[in-house]
Design a protein. Structure first.
Length: 240
């Protein structure tokens, strides 16, 4: 009973974060669920829950989605995934994690200290962000940071950034779910926990959306970069 309550509470907190930012469900859910569930259960459960939030946010902010950027990012990420898988086979995952963590912390620290003005990125940088996302997803299972930074640095409104992020993650999570289902990872236990977690998930989405509406465009951008900084610190802490 206590374990179920803990899992539901984790889902509520993670859903709130993603309701605010359009991303971050896994940032909270995956490491905390690991205290109570095997990774073969926690990962597919996390993705099944996260895809609901992403599609809800995409629909809620559908008029603000940058479709061209979304499909360019997604296409480039699909190209990068096989390279990430190959890199994981050739390079120790600890070394990869430390390198990525250092880059994330250094880059976000620069953004906070120097505060460069947001600027529009061309197609080349869009492709680069998507490709890096795929490489990180294939190697470390952390595909979000390049795309999050890409949207946070654009001169977009918070609605445009959040909607584009949510739609990108919704589509990429569908690919992941299909792969997990084909490999037999969507088990009866995963579906049982999924049903139990739905009320907490919906509550978290509602509360997160309420908080998001009180954020300014600048506040949203700073929050997104702060979460990338936190993820980089977590990667360094786990691997050093």
């Amino acid at each position: 009973m206590l374990e179920t309550f803990a899992i539901v509470s984790i889902v509520l907190a993670a859903a709130f974060l993603q309701g605010v930012t359009g991303f971050g469900f896994g940032l909270i859910a995956l490491p905390l669920l690991g205290f109570f569930l095997d990774i073969r259960t926690s990962v597919p459960l996390m993705v099944l829950l996260a895809v609901i939030i992403s599609f809800y946010l995409s629909f809620h902010l559908r008029k603000s989605i940058n479709l061209q950027c979304t499909f360019t990012l997604l296409g480039a990420s699909l190209v990068g995934i096989p390279l990430g898988v190959y890199a994981l086979r050739q390079v120790p995952s600890q070394g990869l994690s430390v390198s990525v963590g250092v880059i994330m912390v250094a880059f976000t620290s620069y953004q906070f200290l120097v505060r460069p003005a947001p600027r529009a990125f061309g197609k080349r940088l869009t492709v680069l962000a998507g490709f890096c996302s795929g490489v990180l997803g294939g190697s470390l299972g952390v595909s979000g940071p390049p795309v999050i930074v890409y949207t946070a640095l654009q001169p977009w409104t918070k609605d445009q950034a959040k909607a584009t992020l949510a739609f990108f993650f919704a589509l990429s999570n569908l690919v992941i779910i299909a792969t997990q289902a084909a490999s037999g990872m969507i088990t009866g236990e995963v579906l049982h926990l999924y049903v139990l977690s739905l009320p907490a998930l919906l509550s978290g989405i509602f509360l997160g959306t309420w908080a998001y509406e009180r954020l300014s465009n600048h506040g949203y951008r700073r929050l997104a970069l702060a979460l990338v900084f936190l993820l980089g610190c977590m990667m360094l802490y786990r691997n050093i």
